[in-house]
Design a protein. Sequence first.
Length: 271
Amino acid sequence: MSSHVDDEATEAGSPAIPFAYVPSLTAVDVDRLREAFADRVMALSTRRALRGDAKLFVTWCGQTKRQAMPASRETVAAFLEAAAADGRSAATLRRYRSSLAWWHAAGGFPNPCAGSAVTMAVPKPDLTDTAMASLHTFMDVAQRAYAPATLRATEADIRLFAVWCDQQGVSWLPAEPATVGSYIRAIGSSRKPATVARYLASIALIHRSANEPNPCLHWMVNAGATRARTQARVEATAGGGPDRRGAGADLRPSRSRPARSEEAAEADRFP
């Protein structure tokens, strides 16, 4: 992949844009993109990144015979996977997604980068066709029903888990309870108990969306979460600070109130 950009290039007095000769776009579409790029006040580095990322994407789509604008989620996911295989960093992949989202918004097209974890360049899940169809259905609904901040947090949590599983050589979707338990033990000492609880909620959600058994209900996982909470409490006490019981309160129900169902907890997380 090459990302050389001529920042001074123009087309009939207007800024050159990589989408100018995309077959699926009309002249009106191209003019809209060109005007948005010309009118938007932005730093020179941002302008270079937008044009460079778009040029890279358009070139890749041409080489792989895919439609660059409007692009599908599958096309963007394949592009990110190719970029990751080519050695691009996680920060660069995030910038690619932001650039493509900006160009699609400027053109008045749906954002192909929005929504769920599986649009990221993560290891492919080991799912049956039926489970994958269920997951895609959930993705479509989630983009319309959930708040953007919730989707971003869930996506980040799942990507972190998927990459960790790939490094261990185990499946992340579906995941075995032992896998989730090992994951919690591995990260528990460096994460707040509330963060661990959020990770578990995200893992549980992605499994239910694919109609797969929820591995987070297994005792192995609960034991790992309890261990993480205890470790955090010990560290807080050793540091001379107060016993921050509240930080881990969400990992198990308080004795002063009845245990809430998994569905009720998820309703609070995803209103």
